[in-house]
Ligand binder design. Structure first.
Ligand code: COS
Length: 379
């Protein structure tokens, strides 16, 4: 077992780390305050090879492994989770094309995303169907060689900024997962309208919206896989991206630890630095060991997927463990900072707000436990 990263990946990790230090950290608090989408910075991430990383070399992309994407995502998230979510969302949005698209569809849709900067959205969740994917309601009606999409998607990252949407719709809701189809829908398709931007607790730099589909005509050539294969495409996509969400959480927890170490060394109480107190040391030690365990789980899962091994259980374990660890780390970080941590003068309250979303998106941590338990019980 070799835990060393290859030189090429170490160089990309270094690029991502410098990008976070130089481009993200200086502006992250301002974007958190205003909620303004940092388009220029996200574009720079793409120019540096840190976004849309999953596009294989034969379509002009970097063809980065899932393990590699975990490594870069952790670095970007250490800068700001909202920025990292916007960056990695391109891989989430492109993966359905990778796992469900034909050769022609991959050429048509992936190549332009490798050639120039584009933002992609993954449209799965709906106002009344987040966890229950088979219960989604966006309706696809066959009309000659086309489908007409009607309905609403919700909580769509990059929703108002995207050039391309991968969209999941049902031919017949009663058929549950067997009725779900996946489509590629460009932004300029008539009838596709992003709604108002959500005013979120955390990850405020990322653009999250409702997307309305009002009679959106989509040619059958833009359907990924066969009719009814959309559910499987969505599940396979999430299996591949959940370790990146785990890595994103590791980045948040790592930032919390860095901030706590600096603060604990400087802050004095009872005539000594608070880092001298075991009560503080134990919290620091817990954050550090959870980061190590979460990182190992996410990288192991990335590696398994890269080897072509089934990894649904590991993927859910990595996502669930790492995001719970980030939540605990950021709550403890505020405890270490005391009253200061509860104010916007210090960076840790933002980390806690950002971490909370991690336990909810890409499948709540309750859903992750369902997936893990089903595998344990052989269902
Ligand atoms: N990969 C491939 N196929 C899968 C799969 C996976 N990871 N998980 C399930 N399937 C297949 C099953 O094998 C089954 O196939 P058959 O038709 O051959 O029987 C089919 O899909 C239906 O599976 P299942 O019965 O398990 O579906 P459920 O409706 O019970 O739902 C959960 C499964 C809850 C796990 C799923 O809906 C889910 O992941 N929900 C969370 C979604 C999510 O993450 N939302 C966040 C928005 S995305 S940012």
């Amino acid at each position: 077992m070799d835990f060393a990263l290859e030189d090429e990946l170490l160089a990309l990790q270094d690029t991502a780390r410098r990008f976070a230090d130089e481009e993200i950290i200086p502006v992250a608090a301002e974007h958190d305050r205003t909620g303004e989408f940092p388009r220029k910075v996200i574009e720079k991430a793409w120019e540096l090879g840190l976004s849309s990383t999953c596009i294989p070399a034969e379509y002009g992309g970097l063809g980065l492994s899932i393990l590699g994407s975990c490594v870069t995502t952790e670095e970007i998230a250490r800068g700001c989770a909202g920025f990292a979510t916007s960056v990695m969302c391109n891989d989430l949005g492109l993966t359905p094309i990778l796992v469900g698209g034909s050769e022609d569809q991959k050429k048509e849709w992936l190549t332009p995303c490798a050639e120039s900067f584009k933002l992609i959205s993954f449209c799965l969740s709906e106002p009344a169907a987040g966890s229950d994917v088979a219960g989604l309601q966006l309706h696809a009606e066959k009309d000659g060689d086309d489908y007409i999409l009607n309905g609403t998607k919700a909580w769509i990252t990059n929703g108002g900024e995207a050039d391309l949407y991968t969209v999941f719709a049902t031919l017949d809701r009663k058929s549950r997962h067997k009725g779900v189809c996946a489509f590629v829908v460009p932004r300029d398709t008539p009838g596709l309208e992003p709604g108002k931007k959500e005013d979120k607790l955390g990850q405020r730099a990322s653009d999250t919206r409702v997307i309305h589909f009002d009679g959106v005509r989509v040619p059958a050539a833009q359907r990924l896989g066969q009719e009814g294969q959309g559910f499987g495409i969505a599940m396979k996509t999430l299996d591949r991206t959940r370790p990146m969400i785990g890595a994103l959480a590791v980045g948040i927890a790592r930032r919390a630890l860095e901030e706590c170490l600096d603060y604990a060394r400087e802050r004095e109480a009872f005539g000594q630095s608070i880092a001298e107190f075991q009560a503080v040391q134990f919290m620091l030690a817990d954050i550090a060991k959870d980061i190590e365990a979460a990182r190992l789980l996410t990288l192991q899962c990335g590696w398994m997927i890269d080897q072509g091994m089934p990894a649904s259980k590991q993927s859910s374990m990595a996502k669930c463990f790492a995001t719970d660890a980030a939540m605990k780390a950021t709550v403890d970080a505020i405890q270490i900072f005391g009253g200061n941590g509860y104010t916007k003068e210090y960076p840790v309250e933002k980390l806690m707000r950002d971490a909370k979303l991690m336990q909810i998106y890409e499948g709540t941590n309750q859903i992750q436990r369902v997936v893990i338990a089903r595998e344990l019980l052989g269902r």
